[in-house]
Write a protein that binds this ligand. Structure first.
Ligand code: ADP
Length: 441
């Protein structure tokens, strides 16, 4: 009996001790939990504040960039008009039969013209660059015989070859006609830039060979010179803006360091690509590809594809750009993989922000539109997996053709409707885009 009482008392004692310990422990746990919740809330505040700052900074940077491009575009116009007057009057002085000038005066006028022409080239280049950066480069697509453009460009540079004593060879097959779908003026501009470099950076009595060949769905135009070449360690700088690889203005006074940057950007806008091979002291071959008119896999972005909503056009432009990158025959499997991955990820990002904006602006049939987006992603993912497990040209063709047809059809038939809903509410659109950007960061 005594033992039982004793055991009961001991049990009660132990339970009391346990209860005290447990209640202390629970209090401590709850204190720590509250502390954690407070810290969590503090961190959340901090993250959203930082995100807000980042979005703000991003918006400001975008605005500054846009303002810069607009400023450059308008300044370039303002500068061009008086400069053309200077050049026009200089020419008039040179050829005015009623007031003939002396040789010394003629020399000075030529100096005015050389300076003026250099400035004009710089202004034109800056204007082009501003347009490309602001996504405002007008593209007029037409079917063009590539060989005709090459011949015109070759005729144009004859005076330059004579001044520098360079012989130029047209290595095209006369009977072949390659029809490209492109902007004729821009095509010629790019080729003239390559020809002018091949002449300018050549050796005395050097040669330039121009040739043309069809490769897959593209025509490749090659300009080969016997010039000074480019050092291997300068390879990556060639397409950099304003980089002249240490050229001093006496060797090539008419350069700006912008020509190749602009040319590469233009070629990419025309769904092609540009590159070069070079050996120092031996010469360089610069080439670019443009899609043949029969190439139905590329999309060349022009105004017809614009739906009139800035962020959507920008996203579509990026998708087209990525799609055209996997349409190049020469890129290897690994590069294709990473571009396909980026294409799908960007597509998903674009759909989500487009849907969020549409919802906020009261777009009807949103559910149908969302379903179309999901179906596209499902099918595209399947095709990407197929390409991944059977990496051959057929599976790649299948993927890019599917994407191309889908994108063009969707933009022209469905997305074109979005403008009438979104453009009434620019503030709402901006707010949704900011919120979406915040989630992305
Ligand atoms: P620019 O000729 O106005 O300097 P580009 O952008 O056309 O500018 O060319 C950038 C630089 O690349 C040139 O300054 C020159 O150093 C180098 N370069 C371009 N083409 C050739 C070439 N065919 N041979 C050797 N170097 C070249």
């Amino acid at each position: 009996m005594v033992t039982e009482k004793y055991l009961l008392a001991l049990l009660i004692f132990i339970l009391t001790i346990l209860a005290i310990i447990s209640s202390r422990y629970t209090r401590r746990l709850s204190r720590e939990r509250n502390l954690l919740i407070d810290r969590g809330a503090e961190l959340e505040d901090l993250v959203s504040e930082r995100t807000r700052e980042l979005v703000e900074a991003k918006n400001q940077a975008e605005l500054a960039n846009k303002t810069k491009s607009e400023f450059l575009a308008s300044m370039s116009h303002e500068l061009r008009t008086p400069l053309n007057a200077v050049l026009g009057y200089a020419q008039f002085l040179q050829h005015d039969p009623s007031n003939p000038i002396s040789d010394a005066q003629n020399e000075r006028i030529e100096a005015i013209q050389a300076g003026g022409n250099h400035l004009l080239k710089l202004i034109n280049d800056v204007l082009d660059l501003a347009k490309i950066e602001a996504n405002k480069l007008e593209i007029n697509l037409e079917e063009v015989v590539a060989q005709d453009v090459v011949r015109e460009a070759l005729e144009f540079v004859v005076p330059e070859t004579e001044v520098r004593n360079i012989e130029i060879f047209d290595a095209q097959e006369p009977e072949i006609k390659s029809i490209v779908r492109t902007d004729r003026v821009r095509f010629k501009q790019v080729l003239l830039n390559l020809l002018s470099n091949a002449i300018k950076y050549n050796k005395p009595n050097g040669t330039v060979h121009v040739s043309l060949e069809e490769l897959g769905g593209y025509v490749r135009i090659k300009v080969k010179d016997t010039g000074i070449g480019i050092k291997p360690d300068q390879r990556d700088l060639v397409f950099e803006m304003y980089d002249r690889l240490g050229q001093d203005s006496k060797t090539a006074s008419d350069g700006t360091g912008l020509g190749l940057t602009i040319s590469k950007m233009i070629v990419e806008r025309l769904a092609g690509q540009m590159d070069f091979a070079s050996e120092e002291g031996v010469g360089s071959t610069f080439w670019f590809d443009l899609p043949l008119a029969t190439n139905n896999q590329v999309i060349i972005w022009d105004d017809r594809l614009s739906v009139g909503v800035e962020f959507i056009d920008k996203d579509h432009g990026r998708l087209v750009d990525l799609l055209n990158q996997i349409t190049q025959q020469s890129i290897d499997g690994k590069t294709v993989d990473s571009i396909v991955f980026e294409l799908l990820a960007y597509c998903d990002y674009h759909f989500k922000r487009e849907e969020a904006v549409m919802e906020a602006c009261g777009y009807p049939d949103l559910d149908d539109h969302k379903k179309i987006h999901r179906d596209l992603l499902d099918q595209a993912n399947l095709k990407a997996q197929n390409w991944h497990s059977n990496a051959n040209l057929k599976s790649l063709d299948d993927l890019r053709l599917f994407f191309r047809n889908w994108l063009v059809g969707h933009i022209l038939n469905i997305d074109i409707e979005i403008q009438q809903y979104t453009n009434q509410y620019p503030d709402i659109v901006q707010a949704v885009l900011d919120k979406h950007a915040a989630r992305q960061i």
